[in-house]
Ligand binder design. Structure first.
Ligand code: ATP
Length: 206
């Protein structure tokens, strides 16, 4: 029997309850057996001056999901040199899991239009099911430009896989700003992650 595995990539700088609650909601709605959180080595779409070292972001995700039988972390993108392209990540995980793994790539619905600019986008959407988590109050993603790149059938499939997830108004950028300003981040992310940030002195300077 195959294992349905959700793959949730991000910078996780740091991981917070918004990521975790949204991933759990997708897992429930899509009947996922496992969710792998995948910290990106060099997010190709981001240029963050206050990006914590990859080893720290990985350690924080580990702490966040410790003891959870369903959620786990993968360092697949951190073991690779260069930018983390999703299509390469999926190929690497496919090699690890073999045919028994049924993958679902999870992204925020706001990132869906950007798929057109992702490396080998057509191959990607034909290789893996992509589920887009849409938070209430956020605009329906405009997929017009995507249609030109991926074609109507692919975009229709993507549109059907936009699923509602709870609105959790927590952002990693806000967390980093709060830490730099010496404000509390309690209740925004797991305590163990907060302790790690404090012990390592992360995000104190912007
Ligand atoms: P930053 O503020 O550093 O840009 P981010 O959380 O938006 O942080 P990532 O860590 O790369 O950036 O996010 C990974 C995924 O989590 C993205 O798909 C993003 O849309 C989603 N995400 C981020 N915050 C939330 C939230 N509060 N609720 C649901 N999904 C979220």
């Amino acid at each position: 029997m195959s294992t349905r595995i959700g793959l949730y990539g991000g910078s996780f700088n740091p991981i917070h309850f918004g990521h975790l609650i949204s991933a759990r909601s997708v897992a429930e709605q899509c009947g996922l057996d496992r969710v792998l959180l995948i910290p990106a080595a060099m997010p190709p779409h981001k240029n963050l001056p206050d990006l914590a070292p990859a080893a720290d972001r990985l350690a924080m995700v580990r702490l966040a999901v410790e003891g959870d039988g369903q959620f786990d972390v993968s360092d697949v993108e951190l073991r690779r040199e260069g930018p983390s392209y999703t299509i390469d990540t999926i190929a690497a995980l496919r090699a690890d899991w073999g045919p028994s793994g049924e993958f679902v790539w999870i992204i925020g619905a706001d990132s869906l239009p950007e798929l057109a600019t992702w490396s080998r986008a057509m191959q990607l959407v034909e290789t893996v099911r992509i589920v887009a988590a849409r938070r209430p109050g956020w605009a329906e993603p405009d997929l017009t430009a995507l249609r030109r790149v991926l074609g109507d059938a692919n975009v229709e499939r993507l549109r059907k896989d936009v699923i509602p997830t709870p609105a959790i108004e927590i952002s990693a950028t806000d967390i980093r700003m709060r830490i730099a300003a010496g404000r509390s981040v309690r209740y925004l992310l797991p305590d163990r992650v907060i302790e790690y940030i404090e012990a390592r002195g992360l995000y104190r300077v912007r």
